[in-house]
Design a protein around this ligand. Structure first.
Ligand code: PLP
Length: 353
């Protein structure tokens, strides 16, 4: 069954019978300001996309890694991974003649981007969910997969580099696979990325391009891994995964360090203003906690309040404000608004609370 995500404005607009263009759409964690699209020569539209070595070099520099491949977003990799991991395990089983090498356990965050769990569940794996703490090391089974979303969407939970490296070693000794989804890492000032530490390990890091650069529509991203995993994915996915215009835009964007600094600063200011505004209009009678990153904020609700996540979601939809009600229906996630959108949101909150 298809999962529900933010960004379904047409559907929501129809449900609430308000034209899509009248909505304030804060339903995703995509930056509200996007990298300016450069001029794209006609031949880039006309030709089949080719391997772009300049893009690979720029991406290796930006992500600080040795090996990577260009993908059409992390989603494609999330979906393809269980089959590829199965293939790798089958090869190991044949080599070792030991069926225990085919363990079917995956550890995942209970709150988090649900496509990971869906992909492993559909492939027949046994899922084990963890909350704020990673699984107890002694409980992790041999040959299993550990998925970490760092920082987590929607909770904002962030693990340190040290913790990740400890688990990397544990998983390595267990012949398992570590998957780190760094979709929102670009805005973390302490840079907790482990991209520079995966070249010699069985670790995959997913980097989404669309969120920080505000260009989710062009569908481009990167998989950082060792050479063997990069080759396996390239072979599995086949040619022409990523269109030429997207590659050219990403090349410009990844090089532009002045823009990165500016974007980080702007997103941080807007996040702080949103947080202030939410406390001001909702207050601690309604909300108990705000967590997140500079690309989204997630609100938890006071149990004593007569407004909860679901009722506020409906109230906001009635005012043509679209935010994300979490899958558990107990939290609301707000994307970061522009200055103009903040003014509109303040007026609406003032009127409806
Ligand atoms: C944590 C996380 N990972 C991956 C994705 C997929 O991103 P994309 O396919 O655009 O790179 C999302 C999308 O919302 C996400 O929230």
């Amino acid at each position: 069954m298809a999962l529900i995500h933010g960004g379904q404005l047409q559907q929501i607009a129809q449900k609430y019978q308000t034209p899509a263009e009248q909505w304030l759409d804060l339903s995703t964690g995509i930056a509200p300001l996007s990298y300016p699209i450069p001029d794209i020569p006609l031949n880039i539209w006309q030709d089949l996309p080719q391997q772009n070595n300049d893009l690979l070099t720029a991406a290796k520099h930006y992500y600080q890694c040795e090996h990577l491949i260009v993908t059409n977003g992390s989603q494609a990799i999330i979906k393809a991974l269980p089959e590829l991991w199965q293939k790798k395990q089958n090869t190991l089983t044949l080599d070792n003649k030991d069926p225990a090498h085919c363990a079917h356990h995956v550890y995942l965050p209970q709150y988090g981007y649900k496509e990971h769990a869906q992909a492993w569940r559909n492939a027949g794996y046994s899922l084990h969910f963890y909350l704020d703490e990673l699984p107890v090391i002694d409980d992790i089974q041999a040959n299993s997969v550990l998925v970490i979303i760092n920082p987590n969407n929607p909770t904002g939970l962030l693990f340190t580099n040290e913790t990740l490296l400890t688990y990397q070693k544990v998983i390595e000794n267990l012949n398992g696979l570590l998957v780190v989804d760094e979709a929102f890492m670009d805005v973390i000032p302490t840079n907790n990325s482990i991209c520079s530490q995966v070249a010699n390990s069985n670790t995959l890091v997913f980097r989404s391009f669309g969120k920080f650069f505000g260009l989710a529509g062009i569908r481009i991203g990167f998989l950082v891994a060792n050479q063997s995993w990069c080759e396996a994915f390239n072979e599995h996915l086949g040619p022409w995964q990523v269109n030429g215009p997207a590659q050219l835009i990403a090349l410009h964007a990844l090089h532009d360090s002045d823009w990165h600094q500016q974007q980080k600063q702007t997103l941080n200011i807007l996040r702080n203003e949103l947080e202030k505004l939410l406390w001001q209009y909702l207050g601690n009678n309604i909300i108990s906690e705000i967590k997140g990153t500079d690309l989204f904020l997630t609100l938890s609700f006071n149990e004593a309040s007569n407004i909860n996540a679901e009722s506020l979601y409906t109230l906001l939809c009635q005012q043509a404000v679209y935010v994300r009600l979490t899958d558990e229906k107990d939290k609301l996630r707000f994307g970061i608004p522009t200055q103009q959108q903040l003014i509109k949101l303040a007026k609406i909150l003032q009127a409806c609370i």
